[in-house]
Design a protein around this ligand. Structure first.
Ligand SMILES: NC(=O)c1ccc[n+]([C@@H]2O[C@H](COP(=O)([O-])OP(=O)(O)OC[C@H]3O[C@@H](n4cnc5c(N)ncnc54)[C@H](OP(=O)(O)O)[C@@H]3O)[C@@H](O)[C@H]2O)c1
Length: 307
C-alpha cells in the first residue's frame, strides 16, 4: 500500500506537468488524415481572416496574423483555407504569419470555386483551371506540396471524374499529398472514390444542420476525416437557438458555463472519432473560446438531450 502511495506521490507532479504542457487543442484527441497526417481534432478555418464578405484585405491585418499565430500556439495543427477566400488573401496571410511553418502543421486548401466579384462564388472544375489554381496556392502558401487539396465544389458543367482526375494527376506530379472533397453528397463521394483515394470530406454540419449525416456515417465507417464547415452555425446564436434542441443547448451552455458555440463544437467532437471541426474567427478572444471547447466532455445524457 505504502509503495503505491509513494509511487503516486512521485508520479503526480510529472502527470500534472505533462497535462499543463499539453496545448488546449490537444484535449480533443487526434485524427489521422490519409494514414500519415496526425492532427489535433480541433482545427482552424481561415476564411474569416479576410475582408468583409470574404473579400479583400481584413480591416486589421495585424490582428488577422495574430489570430493565425495564436491558433498554432494553442495547439491547432490543421488550418483550412481556399484560394477563393479573399480571393487569395487568406492563403497569403497564412504564409505571412506562419512561414516557415512549424513541423507538423497541416495546411489544407481548396480549389474549384472562383470569385468574379464579392458576392459571387462560381464553380470552375475544369482540369486546366484546377491545375492553375493549385500552382497559385503552392506559390502563395510557399509550399512545394500541399498536404490536403480539396475540390471546393462540384462544377455542374464538368464531369466529376474529370475534376477529380486532374487532382489525381497533380498528386502523381507530387504537388499534392492527399485529395479531399467538399460539398459532396454521398453518391458523389462514392463516384469520386472510384477515381481517387479520397481522404476527407468537408461539408456543412452543425448541431442544427445534420443534412450530411449519411456522408458523416460513411466517413466514420471508412476512416475518412470529416471536416464540418460552419461548425458553430456561423457564430449565430439565433441560428443555433432556432434549431431542434435549442433549449437543451442553452441549458448545457449554462451548466458548463460556456457559450452555446462551445457546446456546438463539443457536440461535434463527440459525434465521431473522424470529426475535425474548423471554427473560423477574426478575433483572438473568440479563437481562445473556440479552442477551449476541445476540453469539454458531454455526458451520454447531455448528448441525448441534443437529439
Ligand atoms: N467548404 C466550404 O464550402 C466552406 C464554406 C464555408 C466555410 N468553410 C470553412 O469552414 C470554416 C468555418 O466556417 P464559417 O466561418 O463560415 O462558420 P463558423 O466557424 O461556424 O462561424 C464563424 C463566425 O462565427 C463567429 N464566431 C467565431 N467564434 C465565436 C465565438 N466564440 N463567439 C461568437 N462568435 C464567434 C465569427 O465572428 P468573429 O470573426 O467576430 O469571431 C464568424 O463570423 C471557414 O473558416 C472555412 O475554412 C468551408
Amino acid at each position: 500500500m505504502g509503495g503505491v502511495v509513494g509511487f503516486t506521490a512521485v508520479m503526480a507532479p510529472r502527470a500534472v506537468l505533462r497535462a499543463s504542457l499539453r496545448p488546449p487543442a490537444a484535449a480533443a484527441g487526434t485524427v489521422t488524415i490519409g494514414g500519415d497526417l496526425s492532427v489535433n481534432r480541433l482545427g482552424f478555418g481561415a476564411m474569416r481572416v479576410t475582408g468583409k464578405g470574404i473579400w479583400g484585405e481584413p480591416p486589421d491585418g495585424a490582428e488577422a496574423r495574430r489570430v493565425l499565430r495564436r491558433a498554432v500556439e494553442l495547439g491547432v495543427d490543421f488550418i483550412d483555407t481556399a484560394d477563393a477566400y479573399g480571393p487569395e488573401v487568406s492563403e497569403r496571410l497564412i504564409a505571412e504569419a506562419l512561414h516557415p511553418y512549424p513541423r507538423g502543421l497541416v495546411i489544407a486548401t481548396k480549389g474549384g470555386l472562383t470569385r468574379p466579384s464579392a458576392p459571387q462564388w462560381v464553380p470552375d472544375g475544369r482540369p486546366q483551371h484546377l491545375a492553375e489554381a493549385c500552382e497559385g496556392s503552392l506559390r502563395r502558401l510557399k509550399l512545394e506540396r500541399i498536404d490536403l487539396y480539396q475540390l471546393h465544389h462540384l462544377d455542374p458543367q464538368v464531369p466529376l471524374e474529370d475534376s477529380i482526375g486532374e487532382l489525381v494527376r497533380l498528386q502523381a506530379q507530387g504537388k499534392i499529398r492527399h485529395i479531399g472533397v467538399s460539398n459532396f453528397r454521398l453518391e458523389e463521394l462514392e463516384r469520386a472514390r472510384r477515381v481517387a483515394r479520397i481522404v476527407s470530406v468537408q461539408n456543412r454540419y452543425t448541431v442544427v444542420d445534420r443534412t450530411s449525416a449519411d456522408v458523416l456515417q460513411a466517413c466514420t465507417r471508412d476512416g475518412l476525416a470529416f471536416i464540418p464547415w460552419a461548425p458553430i452555425a456561423r457564430g449565430s446564436s439565433e441560428a443555433l437557438e432556432k434549431g431542434a434542441g435549442s433549449e437543451a443547448l442553452e441549458a448545457l451552455a449554462r451548466a458548463h458555463r460556456v457559450s452555446v458555440f462551445e457546446i456546438g463544437i463539443a457536440w461535434l467532437l463527440a459525434a465521431s472519432p473522424v470529426m475535425l471541426p474548423i471554427p473560423g474567427t477574426s478575433s483572438v478572444a473568440h479563437l481562445e473560446q473556440d479552442v477551449a471547447a476541445a476540453g469539454i466532455r458531454l455526458s451520454a445524457a447531455e448528448l441525448a438531450s441534443l437529439g
